[in-house]
Design a binder for this molecule. Structure first.
Ligand code: NAD
Ligand code: UDP
Length: 346
């Protein structure tokens, strides 16, 4: 949408972690919807070039500050400088494996960062927050579909950091009726912007299936290792709910609209409600690129669960949002980004 066509009065939002994968795509939609966007990112897992790419895609430039969300004095200055209507809080560390090796980093950055952010928001009388949570908060022993009332029991420090944050945000909302907080539990974000100008660029060897597949397809990795084919699923490989990053980004705008009239704290799943196996995704990707890829079956990856997909009724009923893009669009857009937009890895 052209910003001039927007009926929304210009409003300024802070996007922490806005140079990252999901934050950059959400920033594009916010700019296109007429919001003024201020990105705060310490570039620990992104680059400043992403800000220029956001501008190219959205046709408007976000303001960008390179800094850490744990820097309370910096946040205070940013909140004092211009009125902010709401905060989207993407900034955080997100690797399950890394969190097992360095749990304190995860608690310090994810939990510590959110505490500093909320304190400074309260100081600035700013109480509207959309938080990036994760399906890892759910108990691995509960069968899908996972609804927001399914048992919570994260299996690793990353997931526990997200659940701690949800708990503290719920406590915060209970203390002051001005808080309006949505904790969005993402399932498996994948894909890229359809222009190929923005996408996911993991540092090092990708943990996630989609970026790994893309690197096999462009010859950076010799083969895909399928982590186990002896799960109790129809083809024996793990099942996940892959959601296109642009659908996910759209869900954030819907959440902000919802919060305008619904104070308090709410957790909402953002997924498609459909699960696909590893082999389903590989075959969809092969159809998109028109060739088969080398793969072999390896052992199960420690900590993996057999199947996970979302119950999406709450998002549909409260936000009026549901995913629109399917597996083919996810594969097509991820591949376009890999071929055209993804800068060479250092
Ligand atoms: P990302 O790493 O691409 O983006 C996060 C951004 O935050 C990066 O640009 C990084 O530089 C920045 N950052 C990290 N710590 C910071 C700090 N202390 N101060 C300022 N900036 C900081 O990750 P993403 O995939 O875009 O994920 C965004 C959020 O969504 C994260 O909180 C993540 O835990 C959550 N999430 C992601 C997934 C996924 O599969 N991608 C799934 C569920 C939840
Ligand atoms: N997977 C795989 N090979 C890889 C990466 C992932 O077989 O190189 C599988 C993994 O075991 C899981 C699915 O792909 O069943 C999705 O994994 P991902 O890490 O993308 O998401 P998560 O497990 O964190 O939900």
């Amino acid at each position: 949408m052209n910003p001039q066509e927007s009926t929304r009065p210009p409003r300024r939002v802070l996007v922490t972690g806005g140079a990252g994968f999901i934050g950059s795509h959400t920033s594009v939609l916010l700019l296109e919807a007429g919001y003024d966007v201020l990105i705060l990112d310490n570039l620990s897992n992104s680059t400043v070039e992403v800000v220029a790419a956001i501008e190219r895609v959205a046709g408007r430039r976000p303001d960008f500050v390179c800094g850490d969300v744990r820097d309370g004095a910096l946040l205070a200055r940013l909140f004092a400088r211009s009125a902010i209507a709401a905060v989207f809080h993407f900034a955080g560390l997100k690797s399950v494996a890394e969190s097992l090796a360095a749990p304190l980093d995860y608690y310090a950055n994810n939990v510590g960062g959110t505490i500093v952010l909320c304190r400074e928001m309260a100081e600035a009388s700013l109480h509207t927050l959309v938080f990036s949570s994760s399906a890892t908060v759910y108990s691995a022993s509960h069968a899908p579909p996972l609804s927001e009332s399914s048992p919570l029991d994260p299996a690793q420090p990353y997931g526990r950091s997200k659940l701690m944050i949800e708990t503290l945000l719920g406590d915060l909302a209970a203390t002051d009726p001005r808080w309006a907080i949505a904790s969005l539990r993402y399932f498996n974000p994948a894909g890229a912007h359809e222009t190929g100008a923005l996408g996911e660029r993991p540092k090092g060897i990708p943990n996630n299936l989609m970026p790994y597949l893309c690197q096999v397809a462009c010859g950076e990795r010799p083969e895909l290792i399928v982590h186990g084919n002896d799960y109790p699923t129809p083809d024996g490989t793990g099942i996940r709910d892959y959601i296109h990053v642009m659908d996910l980004a759209q869900g954030h705008l819907a959440a902000l609209d919802y919060l305008e009239t619904h104070p308090g704290f709410i957790a909402i799943n953002l997924g498609t409600g459909r699960g696909y196996s590893v082999l389903d995704l590989v075959e969809a990707f092969e159809r998109v690129i028109g060739r088969t890829l080398p793969r072999r079956i390896g052992p199960r990856r420690p900590g993996d669960i057999a199947a996970s997909w979302a119950a999406v009724d709450r998002a549909r009923e409260l936000l009026g949002w549901q995913s629109e893009r399917g597996l083919e669009a996810i594969c097509r857009d991820a591949w376009r980004w890999t071929c055209t937009g993804c800068p060479p890895r250092s």
